[in-house]
Design a protein around this ligand. Structure first.
Ligand SMILES: [Zn+2]
Length: 249
């Protein structure tokens, strides 16, 4: 089949499965055991990670590293409001039982460009994960190109992750400029992993219909900056393979 037809076939199967799923919704049991550990390691090879917390109050500095908070990780040191694992924008867009964790990583030899790793875990309604394209364009990024990258994982076949090459226009003192970045991600269910949003939707429907269960899916992303030589692809491979061995169950 040509890729276009394969895509169409997948959509049709998905529609059929969704229709069936709706008919059988009452019999579906929610499986709460996720396919990932909800933690981010302090060290990923040469990268050192610092977990983030967010204040949703109205003042200048609203992002804090866990290690710069004075003992109490639950309250904002500036205004005393509760701290969250996600920004106000993310909090408003997601169901309240969504679990979320985010860290900034910096390479110990080249620490000029921070890399961000995020895990989003769906809650009861299983709908917390939107199409990544939608979230990125909402934040002012445009997608220049996409590719699926093979990441070697010891003792099994490579993991496939989606990589978006992003562009974000910015204003600099010299005039308009841009940041060339990347946004890499994949989805993890129970014994299932995929770089495709549509395939995740398909498995969600399939498991509802065939197995009468709804698993909590995790959405793992790595975002950083692109260099002209393309070394960032090696960075993605390195970070994702180490992360995978630490968090995927
Ligand atoms: Zn605050």
């Amino acid at each position: 089949m040509q890729p276009k037809h394969r895509h169409l076939a997948l959509v049709l199967i998905l529609l059929a499965a969704t229709a069936l799923a709706l008919a059988f919704t009452v019999d579906v049991s929610l499986v709460d055991q996720p396919g990932v550990r909800m933690m981010l390691p302090a060290q990923l090879g040469e990268w050192r990670g610092r977990e983030l917390r967010y204040c949703h109050g109205e003042h200048e500095k609203r992002e804090f590293f866990l290690d710069e908070l004075p003992g109490d990780f639950t309250r904002c040191p500036t205004c005393g409001a509760p701290l969250h694992h996600m920004s106000k924008e993310e909090y408003d867009a997601l169901p309240k039982d969504t679990e979320f964790i985010k860290s900034q990583y910096r390479h110990q030899a080249d620490d000029q460009r921070p890399t961000f790793v995020t895990i989003v875990l769906t809650g009861r309604d299983r709908e917390s994960i939107h199409r990544p394209e939608r979230c990125l364009s909402g934040q002012g990024f445009s997608i220049a190109s996409t590719q699926v990258l093979d990441v070697p994982i010891e003792g099994r076949k490579p993991l496939r992750v989606m990589v978006f090459n992003t562009i974000r226009p910015i204003m600099t003192p010299q005039g308009p400029g841009r940041i060339d970045g990347y946004y890499a991600y994949w989805f993890v269910g129970q014994h299932r992993e995929t770089p495709y949003h549509l395939e995740r939707m398909f498995w969600l429907a399939w498991d509802r219909v065939i197995n009468s269960v709804a698993h909590r899916w995790a959405y793992i992303s790595v975002a950083g900056q692109r260099d002209p030589e393309g070394k960032y692809l090696e960075e993605i491979r390195e970070i994702v393979s180490r992360l995978h061995s630490e968090i995927v169950l």
